[in-house]
Ligand binder design. Structure first.
Ligand code: SIN
Length: 296
């Protein structure tokens, strides 16, 4: 597509594009907004540089794309609970938030459309975020594997991350010292999602599984599911499906949580990294069968 109001420069072959020519502290005109939405749908994650935005302006930009989510386990800003501070202090050598391949909160019935992450204080080096294209992850599977996965659903839960149970991996739980994170029995709830979802705007099929929240395939035990989940989760983040974003103060990443996974690298101990994240509510994942019905 040709863009008249913004410039869109891809940063990798698989996904990711830097957008220039826009100041996100100002209200967006309808044409510019439509072009940003198009760039988002085409590139899965878009980046902006050298922005200076308040929490209110951050919310105004994200709010053009949908309603806000409030994270159920990680505390938002006191005045703006929809703005989640994602922080690791310089003296915190522990676990970082998001330091595992995942899509955000897929344990919801309606997992988010995406998140807008704004860098207030980026490390001088390290702390990059990686993204992986889940359309490519699906499209590069064999026809036999696709046929099997097309009709399958999987169980997602926050239990391993935010649960109280003894088996909890608790990757982000008490380990993330610089943030206010709670655990609870409500993390043990489960939801089922199609393993392959169709994204309404593009009509394309994306693999929808992740190591953090996908527990097992529906109707399968965890032991039965583990080998296939392991295979698919490794496949989904092959280097050729990824891009890597280097942060500077004032950078913004806006990812499509429905068809991209992300991973925050934890390689900057001794330096502070402080971001604000606003997450936008999404739709219930659409299975292939439903997309056929919708088109009929
Ligand atoms: C997240 O998973 O939302 C955190 C991403 C990051 O800090 O780069």
């Amino acid at each position: 597509m040709t863009y008249r109001n913004i410039e869109v420069s891809p940063i990798a072959g698989a996904l990711g594009a830097e957008i220039s020519g826009v100041d996100l502290s100002q209200p967006l005109g309808n044409e510019t907004f439509a072009e940003i939405r198009k760039a988002f749908d085409e590139n899965l994650v878009i980046f902006f540089r050298d922005q200076t935005i308040t929490p209110e302006q951050h919310l105004e930009f994200a709010g053009r794309f949908g309603a806000f989510d409030i994270h159920p386990f990680a505390a938002g800003l006191p005045d703006h609970p929809e703005v989640l501070p994602v922080i690791k202090e310089a003296d915190d050598a522990g676990t970082n938030f998001g330091g595992l391949w995942h899509s955000d909160v897929t344990f919801y019935e309606r997992p988010p459309l995406g998140s807008v992450l704004y860098a207030l204080d980026a490390p001088a080096y390290g702390g990059d975020t990686m993204f992986a294209n889940q359309y490519l992850a699906y499209e590069t599977l064999s026809e036999g594997m696709k046929e099997m996965l097309d009709g399958m659903t999987a169980v997602h839960s926050a239990t391993r991350v935010y649960g109280n149970s003894g088996t909890s991996v608790n990757k982000y739980g008490p380990g993330v010292k610089s943030m206010k994170i709670r655990t609870g029995d409500d993390a043990d709830d489960t939801v089922e999602h199609p393993v392959v979802r169709v994204i309404p705007e593009t009509g394309r099929k994306a693999l929808f599984l992740n190591r953090t929240y996908t527990i097992r395939f529906s109707g399968w035990t965890e032991a039965e599911s583990d080998p296939l989940l392991e295979y698919l989760c490794n496949h989904a983040v092959k280097p050729e499906f990824t891009c890597r974003f280097r942060w500077r103060d004032g950078s913004i990443a806006f990812w499509d949580n429905r068809c991209a996974q992300h991973f925050a690298l934890n390689d900057y101990h001794g330096q502070r990294r402080a971001m604000h994240r606003v997450t936008i509510v999404g739709e219930r994942p659409m299975a292939i069968e439903e997309s056929g019905r919708a088109a009929a």
